[in-house]
Design a protein around this ligand. Sequence first.
Ligand code: PLP
Length: 368
Amino acid sequence: MTRLALRSGAVNLAQGYPDFPAPAVLKKAAAEAVDADVNQYAITWGAKPFRDAIAAKYKRTYGMEFDPEREVTVCCGATEGMIASMLAVLDPGDEVVLFEPFYENYGPDTQLCGAVARYVQLRAPDWSFDPDELRRAFTSRTKAIILNTPNNPTGKVFTRQELEYIAGLCQEFDTLAISDEIYEHILYDGARHIPILSLPGMRDRSILVNSMSKTYSVTGWRVGWVLAPPDLTDSIRKVHDFLTVGAASPLQQAGVTALGLGDEYYHDLAQHYSTRRDHIVETLNSTGLRCFRPGGAYYVMADISGFGFDNDLSFVRHMIEIIGVAAVPGSSFYAQPGAGTQYVRFCFCKKYETLEEARRLIQKLKAS
Ligand SMILES: Cc1ncc(COP(=O)(O)O)c(C=O)c1O
């Protein structure tokens, strides 16, 4: 969609990356690290100062202790963190529970491991799941459940009650929770993020994947991390070493500055996106696109059923080529053919002017 948007000169509300500058303090820290010749391989599982900064950040934010020597692995973004973790713990034929719609990578990640995905529906408008359907997805072959909260593409923030139910199933079926928490600080309306590994009985059976990409608006830096108990970390580090060796060392150094930023930074980040969330929700609603108000992350799903298009792809093509705004067809977030075709996803991690321009263009949708 980004390629199509570029070709047509459309405003890109498809791919989730900011079009505004990264924080100046981080750019300066990265430039200083390069200048100070932090330019060779770091230790494969992460430079010590960065692992220490990660552990300190979790202590500060959640009061949780992680041993930087045995429980932290730095990798090339959450993307690598996820596949390294899955390759480390899954054997061919193992089953993985996935909530659908899901962030696109989880499907191919599961296939690359030779594992079998079992899908459980998140249902609009609140993207809740049916506890019985979730329970039925767990079997004696279930090795892991993949969780993403705050969620891409729905904006759902899993509640404590939902997480407790999932944690209960993990313990009953001796299953791991692999949790992608890349939007942990992008929360609205007082929502709280709860890492599933902080729940009773989950510390030893959870793998937490996170990254600098979204929290610090540096998606191109490719620096992420995985927190897991020592035995799992041992396996994850081995896979990581052979996949990528390590993440960029000067950017890990800049990561020390990033993870040391104070509460105000995270407060301002959430506030910044909250106004953008309100902006796009209003734009979509005023056009007659029924959208589901996100509680976190920076995406919104909209229902296109009333617009008379054959499916999400033809709607998005029309949006890009005639209206001038790119979005992602909802079916990309579903595995079953034909599912999700009534939805499209817009992202709003953009400058205010970009969203204003998108608003002006999207208004044309009514008339077309
Ligand atoms: C849920 C989720 N996980 C992971 C990623 C990719 O993260 P990274 O840039 O750290 O590889 C994205 C990017 O959009 C995402 O939405």
